[in-house]
Design a protein around this ligand. Structure first.
Ligand code: NAD
Ligand code: DAU
Length: 329
């Protein structure tokens, strides 16, 4: 199979590209190389690389030539950045998705659109994990833009008969995640003796999904999923403060680094999704967050400073100051 992996220089996309290339598939990557894209993530991966924007029809047509399917990881992905500036999120996550759909329609390709459990919004504590037919109740500009992309997918399936489907993954963790997200930010700050800025009371809950389990689920959806369907991909639910305590234990950092800071506006308290539909297609996660998953991730960041230290300068510092300077005082 010849596969176009858009956003393949990012965190999850690069893991996905690596696993398919190792299996001998022909992998083509189209990536704009935003602040989150990193060619180093694809080191050692046999692939063809195209530098370009998914919202550019010509760039998409060039990269997709001869491909059998597209898996779309390309997106603006960080909730806090979407609060600082939502426009880029609409351009990539909505318009970019629509451009890919147009191409899939005309070239008659299958498109798997990688989306998020955030489209369901806050799930009240004690409420059951939601299934794919739950309403979309987005809270942040990020989740609204992801829901916008999804709605384009469903419209193209219904109106034009495009062979497309959606996955909705939980909070993903593992090696090579850009250190703006909670886990890599807190792990690397802990190693550097910097503050760990917990939003609000830290009692928010997220489901943690190992990146390899996420990729496995996407591959099953690509091979066996039905057009027009959405598939939840769940993780293991933990309270943020419990995760922070575990990071302190694993890194050996001082609890004095923890700072409760002004909360994220519109912050969802809990995500929880039911992945029975995907499990019925054969998916079952192989990693446990508590028994090895988090620990191995901490060890990866300990052993790979040369990957994250250069990132934590330049553009990253400007973002970090805008996001945290006033909060941390
Ligand atoms: P990431 O931020 O690490 O990488 C995104 C990649 O997309 C980068 O390489 C970037 O350069 C590229 N990109 C951005 N805009 C582009 C454009 N216009 N054209 C081409 N390339 C572009 O993201 P990630 O965490 O790997 O997430 C991948 C996908 O999975 C996203 O769609 C995200 O919404 C979804 N998702 C992420 C998580 C998570 O916890 N990280 C969970 C569920 C779903
Ligand atoms: O649920 C899937 C989503 O998970 C993905 O679609 C997104 O791309 C990904 O960014 C992630 O979104 P979250 O907002 O859940 O992840 P984030 O890592 O930003 O935050 C996780 C939790 O940690 C959340 O409750 C906010 C909290 N947090 C985060 C940061 C960055 C803090 O307390 N302090 C922080 O500095």
């Amino acid at each position: 199979m010849r596969l176009l992996v858009t956003g393949g220089a990012g965190f999850i996309g690069s893991h996905f590209a690596r696993r398919l290339a190792e299996r001998g598939e022909h992998v083509v990557v189209l990536d704009k190389l935003t602040y989150a894209g990193n060619r180093a993530n694809l080191e050692g991966v046999e692939h063809e690389f195209h530098h370009g924007d998914i919202a550019d029809p010509d760039a998409v047509a060039r990269a997709a030539r001869g491909c059998d399917a597209i898996v779309n990881f390309a997106a603006e992905t960080h909730v806090d950045r979407s609060i600082l500036g939502p426009a880029e999120f609409i351009l990539t996550d909505v318009l970019g998705t629509q451009v890919l759909l147009d191409h899939a329609r005309h070239a008659q390709l299958r498109l798997v659109h990688v989306s998020t459990d955030e489209v369901y919004g806050d799930i009240p504590l004690g409420a059951p994990a939601c299934t794919e037919d739950a309403p979309l109740r987005t809270s942040s500009p990020y989740s609204a833009s992801k829901a916008g992309g999804e709605l384009q997918v469903f419209a193209y399936v219904r109106t034009f008969g495009v062979d497309a489907l959606v996955t909705r993954g939980a909070n993903t963790y593992g090696p090579r995640q850009y250190p703006e997200k909670f886990l890599p930010l807190f792990i690397t700050n802990a190693f550097d003796g910097r503050h760990l800025p917990v939003y609000g009371d830290g009692k928010q809950r997220r489901e943690w999904l190992h990146v390899e389990d996420h990729c496995d689920a996407i591959e099953i959806a690509l091979r066996c999923g039905a057009a027009g369907e959405a598939y939840n991909i769940s993780g293991q639910e933990r309270e943020n403060m419990d995760v922070v305590k575990r990071i302190l234990e694993l890194t050996g950092a001082s609890p004095d680094l923890v700072r409760h800071v002004e909360d994220r506006p519109g912050h969802d308290r809990r995500y929880a999704v039911d992945s029975s539909k995907l499990r019925a297609l054969g998916w079952s996660p192989a990693h446990s967050f508590d028994a090895g998953g988090l620990e191995e991730t901490v060890e990866w960041y300990r052993a790979n400073r040369e990957w994250w230290e250069p990132i934590k300068s330049g553009e990253y510092r400007r973002y970090y100051d805008a996001q945290y300077a006033a909060r941390l005082g």
